[in-house]
Every structure is written in C-alpha cells, then in structure tokens.
Design a protein around this ligand. Structure first.
Ligand code: IPM
Ligand code: MG
Length: 356
C-alpha cells in the first residue's frame, strides 16, 4: 500500500535541506518504494500565508499521513510576534496534536568526522548514544503559564513544570525498550534534588525498571549529565529525560558528533507513527545560500524508514550512502576540515543520492 508522507519544509534553511531529503525519497521511489508526498506550510512561512503557524490543512495532511518530514521553523522576521503565533508554536502544536511524545535523538559519531568535533578525537571516537526526550509534556506545555502583573505593578513571567505518572511511564517504556535492543544501559536524567516533578520522574523510572531486569538503570542530575556529556560521553548508552532537559542535552550531544548539522530525530506516537526532522533549527543567518548541511535531514529520512515504514534495509542504505560520501571527503562548511572537499547543500544531497 502507498505510504503517505507529509512534507513540511518550514523556514530558513528548512526548504533547502528538505529539498535534498526529497531527492533521496524520490530516488528510493524510483527504486520501488511505494510513497506519495504531500506538501504543507508550517512556522513563519505558514504565518505569512495564512496568519497561523499551524494551518488546518497542514494538520489534516499530517494526521492523514503515515509519516511527516519536517525541515525547521523560526527566524528573525517573526521574533517580535506574539508568542501564540510564533513559528515555534506551529512545531509545538503539531507535536502535541499528533501526540508525538517520544523524541529519539541519536548522537553517532561518523569516524570520518572525529576531527570535526570540538572535543578531542579519543573522547568522541566510537560515540553512539541515544537521547530519548519526552516531547509533549513538562514545562513546554504545563499550565498555568504567562506573564502577569503583580500588585506592585511589576511584571512576572511564569511557567509550570508538571509530569503525570502516566506520561513518565510511557516515555520510560520507550526508553527501556530501546535500551534492551542496544547496550542494555539506561540513564534517567532529572533534577530530583530540587524539583518534585522530577522526584516523581525518578520514582516512576525505578518502579518501571522491575519490568526490565535486563536493563541497567542509573540516574543522574541534569547539571552533572551536561558535564559528563563533554567529559566522557561514551559512558552513556541510552538517556531518558524531560522535554526541556532533553532539548538542552541533545544540542550539547550534537557537538560531540562534529556538528549539529549531523543529528536526525524521530518523534513518535504510541503506534509508531512519526514526524522526522533534524534537531537543528532554521539557521536564518545562512538561509538561501546553499551552505546548510542536509545530512541531519537525510538521516531523518533513514529514521523514518526504520521506525515508521518498517524498511530497515533501506534505512541502512541511506546511512551507508552518507558514510560513503564522507569517505570521499565531501564536507559542507560546518564539518569542513583541511584537505577535504567543500561542497554546498545541493551538491551534498546529489552526492548522497548518487551513492545510494
Ligand atoms: C528542538 C527545538 C525546538 C524545541 C524549538 C524550535 C521549539 O529547539 O526541536 O530542539 O525547543 O523543542
Ligand atoms: Mg532544541
């Protein structure tokens, strides 16, 4: 049966990197993969066109699709808009509307890029870590929130960090199951020494661990985890954490792999339906200049094939093609080092398609 993919390029470098990922999908379609693409607007591009960062049409095609491919949202142009219609609201809205509570962010160092990391090669060589970030709860969505005026006339901004046991349980299960299929180690990251919501997080993870005797569960405070990620990242196999901690730690982990331009992600619902996007943002400073690295988006397509379309061999083909192109010395400027061949966004995409 034809699988439907909703394609949402978004803002900034979004359209450029998605165009390269679409080249990969088109090549796979030529080779027999039965897919159909449908485009939608999201973020600032959607706001400009329709007055909302998440138009009904986009939501409808995304709900009807088997998987969603997203570029990035946001940019200087929309920064002064009211928070309720900012591009980021489109992204948070679609995550929430599609119930994409499990965000998988793998940080894998391609050996060819050991020199591109700002960390010493021996600290990062062989790195293969999976961050499982809770994506539809926590302080990103907690109520009440807002900016209010106090009795003395001073303004106060407030947000609420809340987690229900059921929310912790379902993300915990995803993380334990991933750990079972990998190295059998799960580190739950919290701030249980200060925040009650993450005290419950820790208790719930401990209770859940009884169902997974083959997984070794450990706990770490988020400040220590940030430090350990740059000190000795290879101690980690799978990390599971809250929405905001996961946002921060995954950016940190991305630099271990040479560039944030290398990290894909999958955001999954209970049934494995997913939205796939690079973890980096819209990079408005380099938009439209053929400078962005499309690899994170192309690797997101590989995740789509693995997690939603059930085609692990094709996923591997894409990952091998990326590896081959890196072997050939091709580098976008974010991962460039002396002696390599510097290429633009489109050339990198074409080379990966050729290597497929
Ligand atoms: C990410 C991004 C988003 C987030 C922004 C753009 C809303 O930083 O996907 O990591 O904070 O989740
Ligand atoms: Mg982020």
């Amino acid at each position: 049966m034809t699988k439907k993919i909703a394609v949402l390029p978004g803002d900034g470098i979004g359209p450029e990197i998605v165009a390269e990922a679409v080249k990969v999908l088109e090549k796979l379609a030529q080779d027999g993969l039965d897919i159909e693409l449908e485009y939608g607007l999201i973020g600032g591009a959607a706001y400009d066109e329709t007055g909302t960062p998440l138009p009904e049409h986009t939501l409808a095609i995304s709900k009807a699709a088997d998987a969603v491919l997203l570029g990035a949202v946001g940019g200087y142009k929309w920064e002064s808009l009211d928070i309720s219609v900012r591009p980021e609201k489109g992204l948070l809205g679609i995550r929430s509307e599609l119930n994409l509570f499990a965000n998988l962010r793998p940080a894998i160092l391609y050996p060819q890029l050991a020199d591109a990391s700002t960390l010493k090669p021996d600290v990062v060589a062989g790195l293969d870590l999976m961050i499982v970030r809770e994506l539809t709860g926590g302080i990103y969505f907690g109520q009440p929130r807002g900016i209010r005026e106090l009795a003395n006339g001073e303004k106060q901004g407030f947000n609420t960090l809340v987690y229900k046991q059921s929310e912790i349980n379902r993300i915990g299960k995803v993380a334990f199951e991933i750990a079972q299929k990998r190295g059998g180690k799960l580190c739950s990251v919290d701030k249980a020494n200060v925040l009650e919501s993450t005290e419950l997080w820790r208790e719930t993870m401990i209770a859940l661990s009884a169902d997974y005797p083959d997984v070794e569960l450990s706990h770490m405070y988020v400040d220590n985890a940030a430090m350990q990620l740059v000190r000795a990242p290879k101690q980690f196999d799978v990390m599971v954490t809250t929405n905001m901690f996961g946002d921060i730690l995954s950016d940190c982990a991305s630099m271990l792999t040479g560039s944030i331009g290398m990290l894909p992600s999958a955001s999954l619902d209970e049934d494995g339906k997913g939205m796939y996007e690079p973890i980096h943002g819209s990079a408005p400073d380099i938009a439209g200049q053929n400078l962005a690295n499309p690899i994170a988006t192309i690797l997101s397509v590989a995740m789509m094939l693995r997690y939603t379309l059930d085609q692990p061999e094709i996923a591997k083909r894409i990952e091998n093609a990326v590896s081959k192109v890196l072997d050939d010395g091709l580098r976008t400027s974010d991962i460039y080092s002396e002696g390599m061949t510097k290429v633009g966004t489109a050339e990198m995409g074409d080379a990966i398609v050729a290597a497929l």
